[in-house]
Design a protein around this ligand. Structure first.
Ligand SMILES: Nc1ncnc2c1ncn2[C@@H]1O[C@H](COP(=O)(O)OP(=O)(O)OP(=O)(O)O)[C@@H](O)[C@H]1O
Length: 297
């Protein structure tokens, strides 16, 4: 077990930020802490890292209370670090290694993992936001920690930057690092995490493998060919007992849920047999969001 949080509670004045939070992070997992703004994610990470004090409860890293030794095995990114704009990526990391008392020889590996080797001598100020954030992630890798703790690692990035940072996180997970990520983005948790804990107002609503907690029943979105009347589609769908929850879609067309043993291809075939020609058929993984809203309702 990498991290165990046992019954953590924390108040800021009269605000209860955490109410008896218990969770466990296993080695090799990419563990998402998912919750809306103010649900207690940052507070949880702060307490786990010893930056904040809990009112009550216990934190164990690698089975032990937090110590200088265990801190060296954990790389954390809680807020964007201040890099020097006129220094190169490499110079910035060398300085960061010095501040952290990490071995400066780990700078090369950190640059390599973050995909910044080719740009290591370029000044930080010329970097894209995605590259800046990858450099921030590279600084968490100094000293070769076993575990990374990242608070909202894609916040403020454009789609390109988000993709770069997610790819990096996946690369680090593939290297065998255990990664703990706080995020309010379902999509992010679904894309990069193996496990998730859903927080709401400082309480744990659900925890476990992503596939179980945020299980998806896909919706299929159907767009009709121009010469087919919607009533024909609705009639045909009514004939198929394995199709349920048919709804009109705000952007046009209809959507429905298929029973697990039936595929979108089955639906296309059956509709065609009923004289319904589709102009478009799209599978939408929407229930992840529905599931999340249900959990945090
Ligand atoms: N320093 C503080 N003083 C007072 N209240 C605080 C402080 N830090 C956090 N809080 C409150 O504690 C609760 C949990 O905040 P926290 O930042 O841990 O949540 P979060 O899930 O990380 O949210 P966000 O994504 O918005 O940072 C919120 O109600 C927040 O307003």
């Amino acid at each position: 077990m990498i991290l165990q949080l046992d019954n953590l509670s924390k108040h800021y004045g009269t605000t209860a930020a955490l109410r008896g939070l218990t969770l466990e992070v296993e080695q090799g997992s990419v563990y998402g802490l998912l919750g809306p703004n103010g649900s207690g994610k940052t507070t949880t990470l702060g307490i786990a890292l010893g930056v904040l004090r809990a009112d009550s409860g216990a934190v164990r890293w690698f089975g032990q209370p937090l110590s200088t030794q265990s801190k060296q095995r954990v790389g954390a990114l809680l807020e964007t670090p201040n890099f020097f704009p006129y220094l190169s990526a490499r110079q910035n990391l060398l300085l960061a290694a010095d501040v952290k008392r990490a071995d400066p020889r780990t700078v090369d590996a950190a640059l390599e993992l973050a995909g910044l080797t080719a740009r290591q001598h370029d000044a930080f100020r010329g970097f894209s936001l995605g590259m800046k954030q990858r450099l921030a992630l590279a600084s968490t890798l100094l000293g070769t920690p076993d575990v990374l703790v990242l608070d909202e690692p894609t916040n403020g990035l454009d789609p390109q930057g988000i993709a770069e940072v997610r790819a990096l996180i996946q690369r680090l997970a593939a290297e065998g690092k255990t990664i703990i990520i706080a995020s309010h983005l379902l999509d992010e948790i679904e894309k990069v995490c193996t496990h998730v804990a859903v927080l709401q107002r400082g309480e744990l609503r659900a925890a476990g493998p992503v596939g179980t907690i945020l299980a998806a029943t896909d919706r299929v979105l159907l767009r009709l060919a121009a010469d087919i009347a919607p009533a024909t589609l609705l009639h045909a769908l009514g004939q198929l007992p394995w199709v349920s929850d048919v709804r009109p879609e705000p952007g046009g067309g209809h959507s429905a849920v298929l029973a697990p043993e039936h595929s979108p291809a089955d639906l296309n075939r059956s509709l065609f047999a009923h004289g319904v020609v589709l102009a478009g058929l799209e599978v939408r993984h929407r229930s992840l969001e529905a599931q999340f809203l249900e959990l945090t309702k």
